[in-house]
Ligand binder design. Structure first.
Ligand SMILES: NC(=O)c1ccc[n+]([C@@H]2O[C@H](COP(=O)([O-])OP(=O)(O)OC[C@H]3O[C@@H](n4cnc5c(N)ncnc54)[C@H](O)[C@@H]3O)[C@@H](O)[C@H]2O)c1
Length: 271
């Protein structure tokens, strides 16, 4: 789909990959409604965009707040006249602990934001997207959504749910003007750990114990570009980064070996 002069809603627009998607869409001549829980983050995105008045609007809300999300299409259409695409990027990780030490309220919070947030946004905008001559809906899952990462069980389950929900939507919308895409990023160099309120000291200690090797990650700018291109091309699925591409193949060839490989890498962190 052509991006210029189209209207896109982007969740997670206040930081990381979502912010990059917002900035690059604006650069490419689109209009954007940026959504985020973090109002200060959204304000910073606006400053960075330096967009002409009205081309970029911000909407501070929690994607797991269904009432607020269901009121969003009216606000976006009032500001921009239409909606041609939705990027569901917002998400959080969980503390790096095993299921036995993971509290129910943490599991529920991760599922509420990552899964129910995507469901709320999808249900809110789907009728509008289906009514357009061409439209796109893209959900960000994760490498952790097809590959179990010890210490991220609830996160992985939420992202696996996003994967299946999006793939089912892809199947259901064949023959309609809507193109549906699911994205599986590997490691991306954002501040998701701190933004999710997760203590990073254990991660740093584990990296130091492993010889201080920090895994190579994709930059948020590059990830944002790839996310936009996936919507532009209307692809079914895309991985981001060599790590996600490699594990995507390995997890299908030998799920057990792939699981044990990651389990081994996480040993230093979880004990
Ligand atoms: N960073 C990675 O390595 C990585 C890897 C795979 C997948 N992902 C996924 O990519 C997406 C973007 O992650 P990122 O690394 O850019 O993170 P980030 O923390 O930089 O950005 C996420 C944004 O989402 C917002 N957000 C969080 N909870 C929200 C809520 N309830 N309602 C509205 N906004 C909310 C945050 O305020 C933040 O601005 C997430 O879904 C994440 O799970 C990230």
């Amino acid at each position: 789909m052509q991006l210029a002069d189209k209207v896109f809603v982007v969740t997670g627009g206040g930081n990381g990959m979502g912010r990059e998607v917002v900035l690059q869409l604006i650069t490419r001549g689109a209009r954007v409604a940026a959504v985020d829980l973090n109002g200060a983050g959204l304000a910073e995105t606006v400053t960075l965009a330096g967009a002409a008045e009205g081309r970029l609007t911000t909407h501070a809300l929690n994607v797991s707040d269904r009432k607020a999300v269901l009121a969003l299409p009216d606000a976006v259409i009032k500001a921009h006249g239409q909606v041609d695409g939705l990027f569901n990027v917002a998400g959080i990780i969980q503390p790096f602990v095993k299921i036995n030490e993971l509290d129910f309220d943490v599991i529920e919070r991760v599922l509420n934001v990552n899964f129910w947030g995507v469901v709320n946004m999808t249900k809110a905008f789907l009728p509008h997207l289906l009514a357009r001559p061409e439209s796109g809906l893209l959900n960000v899952s994760s490498m952790g959504g097809f590959l179990p990462v010890p210490g991220q069980a609830a996160y992985g389950a939420s992202k696996a749910a996003v994967k299946l929900f999006t793939e089912a939507l892809f199947a259901e919308t064949q023959g309609t003007p809507l193109k549906v895409t699911v994205i599986f990023p590997g490691g991306v160099g954002t501040n998701i750990t701190a933004n999710s309120g997760v203590d990073a000291s254990k991660l740093e200690a584990a990296a130091a114990a492993g010889g201080g090797k920090v895994p190579k990650t994709t930059s948020p700018q590059d990830a944002g570009r790839q996310i936009i291109e996936a919507m532009e091309k209307g692809v079914f699925r895309a991985t981001i980064g060599g790590d996600a591409r490699f594990m995507d193949r390995m997890a299908r060839l030998s799920p057990r070996r792939a699981t044990l490989l990651i389990a081994n890498q996480m040993k230093a962190l979880l004990g």
